[in-house]
Design a protein around this ligand. Structure first.
Ligand SMILES: *[C@@H]1O[C@H](CO)[C@@H](O)[C@H](O)[C@H]1NC(C)=O
Ligand SMILES: *[C@@H]1O[C@H](CO)[C@@H](O)[C@H](O)[C@H]1NC(C)=O
Length: 342
């Protein structure tokens, strides 16, 4: 009886922990809620190549390039894909050449026909073909198929494209782990975010004002209140929900404020200017005072370095209402533009 109770209690504890983590992993997450995000379940997402190309092109043309250079979208389609032998994995050779570009990210996008023989959720692997008998595993992914309709799926192939030379074409092979015959894509395309050489040079920004740290060369001045760089990555945050549904950006430059606020330096308000002077007076008085403890009780702090101007972030996500559409959302106050003493 006692043993049973202990086991039962353990089971309940486990159940509660699993239940809580399932909830947190899903859209009940406080971060997701505070960002006001409402995104579709992964199996429902069905973004066509045309939709992707149209919305991403518009999004990139509007993208704020104050901190990072904006990439170009390249689309390589394989038209008239031959129907391949069912017993072999489909091989796709893309006539892509990379010479002066650097690749930020790349995806293989496939329209897969309705599948009666397979489960709706399949695990796939994509290989890069290197020679007659040589291939290397690039990535693995979960595809969500449909029994009645064709379905768009995507898998990251950044590794293959970023190592591609000017000589070789890109050969890819798609392998389904549990399927009895191959997937025979109706459409295959590679989409990539690339930077050309000229554009890679950082453009002058305009936004970063007198509080930007990089504009303060000397060591002592560097420690004064200014904007530092902080790149946020959804992958590094460990946020699977954001990682899998936010099409772009995967990382962004958020910035933070840090540094000293000496009197009269970069004050944000008249109040913080006065507080700076009061702090100075208090310091002088406490040097003269005999009873230090009494003085500490009325301590007046320096003003602190904090964001004085915040900027929005545009993100590209899949629409919850129509999971075959992409939409651009604006998250308010997601990055620091300027810092000052408050
Ligand atoms: C996915 O989108 C394609 C059009 O791009 C459409 O033909 C297909 O029926 C859609 N599939 C599902 C499951 O909605
Ligand atoms: C301080 O007050 C004056 C008078 O109202 C105003 O013109 C000025 O902009 C204020 N300075 C700051 C930094 O808020």
């Amino acid at each position: 009886m006692g043993y049973y109770f202990v086991v039962n209690k353990t089971a309940w504890t486990l159940f509660v922990i699993v239940y809580i983590s399932v909830i947190v992993a899903d859209s009940e997450d406080p971060l997701i809620n505070s960002l006001g995000l409402d995104l579709p379940d992964l199996p429902k997402i069905n973004i066509s190549l045309d939709e992707y190309e149209r919305v991403v092109t518009a999004y990139l043309s509007e993208k704020d390039d104050s901190y990072e250079p904006v990439p170009e979208l390249r689309v390589y389609r394989l038209n008239n894909l031959p129907r391949q032998d069912a017993s072999h994995s489909p091989k796709m050779i893309f006539p892509i050449k990379m010479s002066s570009e650097t690749v930020e990210s790349a995806l293989l996008r496939l329209l897969l026909p309705p599948q009666n023989d397979f489960p709706d959720i399949i695990e796939v692997e994509v290989y890069q073909i290197l020679g007659v008998r040589r291939r290397r595993l690039l990535n693995e992914a979960t595809f969500y198929l449909s029994k009645r309709f064709s379905k768009w799926c995507e898998i990251d192939i950044t590794d293959a494209l970023s190592t591609l030379s000017a000589k070789n074409h890109l050969g890819l092979e798609l392998v389904c782990k549990e399927c009895t015959n191959n997937l025979n894509p109706e459409v295959a395309a590679v989409t990539a975010f690339v930077h050309t050489v000229e554009k890679r040079k950082k453009r002058s920004t305009g936004i970063v004002g007198r509080t930007d740290c990089s504009l303060r060369p000397t060591k002592t001045k560097k420690r004064r209140c200014c904007r530092h760089e902080m790149t946020v990555s959804f992958t590094k945050l460990g946020h699977k929900f954001l990682e899998s549904r936010v099409v772009d950006p995967k990382t962004y430059e958020a910035g933070y404020c840090r540094g000293l606020c000496p009197p009269n330096f970069n004050f944000a308000t008249n109040h913080s200017r006065i507080q700076g002077i009061m702090h100075q007076l208090w310091k002088q008085e406490s040097v003269n005072a005999k009873n230090v403890n009494d003085h500490n009780a009325h301590q007046i702090p320096k003003s602190c370095c904090a964001p004085s101007k915040l900027g929005d972030l545009q993100i590209l996500v899949v629409s919850k209402i129509d999971p075959s559409k992409l939409e651009v959302l604006t998250w308010k106050n997601m990055r620091v533009l300027e810092c000052a003493c408050f």
